[in-house]
Design a protein around this ligand. Structure first.
Ligand code: FES
Ligand code: CO
Length: 346
């Protein structure tokens, strides 16, 4: 008698990163775009995002289980989304089929004819969702507590790069004099030692805004708080002594492992006493468009978690190196979470 030997190959770091992201919150639409249902893709899952008649944001699977029509072409009635093909309706909260127009007797709706529904939370001008049971809560940076922030969500940008590579671009401090000469003007090449703190999946750094940061962000004395949380949250909070709090934040969302839709936006105190949010967005967009040609051509397209490609780091990379540690910590937390749930499934 022999027992069949079953071996499960350990997940590669890349597989662990993908799994961690399936258990993490990402934006899938801007709040302002929900006048009609919006298609979205998150880690390969085809989704539809819509606002029901009561104003609740909803996220469900996009494929109609009757004959496969695209529900983002349908319309919303009450709490449900209707299929554009034969009019079946699905509840936005639980995904159950609530109405089949062709059926004389609605009690005969096939009980399994449902679509998957996902959590939906509106925050920072965007609708966020998570594919599997979340390992960590949706981002809620403490430096924004007590502030009544008004958000302006930017046009999202598509980039053939991974989430971590996109976040690293947001938080990189050594590329300004090479990529942003036009938008920022001349900035110093030498990066003074960075004071970076990591706490679990959060990485932070503070520094005063100075002349080296150019005029683009200058609205008087200001302390800048860099904050990033694994996997996909990066912000700079500008604490202006006179004007108040201004925020620039990016939330790259993985369409697939090597393709992101970068949702991002700007915000400030409701009574902010500096330039307008529209002007801030215009300047930030100019900055970001300078990054795009470089970021779109990185090789590999995502951080090489499995060290399959050698990279060399210097002290100026301290923030992004700490972000990688934060992401690794998230992978470990996800592994423990999945184990505790008694499965190896994603
Ligand atoms: Fe959706 Fe028929 S394909 S109702
Ligand atoms: Co840049």
């Amino acid at each position: 008698m022999s027992t069949p030997l079953t071996t499960t190959a350990p997940l590669t770091k890349r597989e662990q990163a993908e799994r961690a992201m399936r258990h993490s919150w990402f934006p899938v639409a801007r709040s302002v775009d929900l006048a009609t249902p919006e298609p979205a893709v998150l880690l390969g899952e085809q989704l539809v995002v819509f606002r029901d008649a009561d104003g609740n944001a909803r996220v469900t699977a996009r494929r109609c289980p009757h004959r496969g029509a695209d529900l983002s072409l349908g319309n919303v009635t009450g709490g449900s989304i209707g299929c554009p093909y034969h009019g079946w309706r699905f509840d936005g909260a639980d995904g159950g089929c609530t109405y089949v127009p062709s059926l004389p007797d609605q009690s005969k709706i096939p009980p399994k004819a449902a679509i998957r529904s996902y959590p939906a939370v509106e925050r920072f001008g965007h609708v966020w969702t998570v594919l599997e049971e979340p390992v960590v809560e949706l981002y809620d940076p403490e430096e924004w507590h007590g502030h009544d922030l008004v958000w302006l969500a930017a046009d999202p940008l598509n980039s053939p790069t991974g989430v971590a590579a996109a976040i690293e671009n947001f938080r990189d401090v050594a590329h300004f004099p090479f990529v942003h000469q036009v938008s920022m003007g001349p900035t110093p090449e030498v990066v003074e030692p960075l004071q970076v703190r990591r706490d679990g999946i959060d990485v932070r750094m503070e520094r005063p805004l100075d002349a080296g940061d150019g005029d683009w962000a200058n609205q008087g004395d200001c302390m800048m708080a860099y904050h990033c949380t694994a996997p996909g949250f990066a912000s700079i909070s500008y604490h202006y002594e006179q004007a108040g709090l201004r925020v620039v934040a990016g939330f790259p969302s993985p369409v697939s492992y090597e393709q992101v839709k970068v949702f991002w936006g700007v915000a400030n105190d409701r009574d902010f006493k500096g330039d307008s949010l529209e002007e801030c967005l215009r300047v930030e967009e100019m900055v970001y468009l300078e990054d795009m040609p470089v970021v779109e051509n990185l090789s590999p397209r995502e951080v090489p978690w499995d060290a399959e490609v050698p990279e060399f780091s210097v002290p100026a990379d301290l923030f992004t190196l700490n972000y990688r540690r934060a992401f690794a910590e998230l992978m470990n937390r996800t592994a423990r979470h999945v184990e505790a749930a008694g499965g190896v499934a994603p």
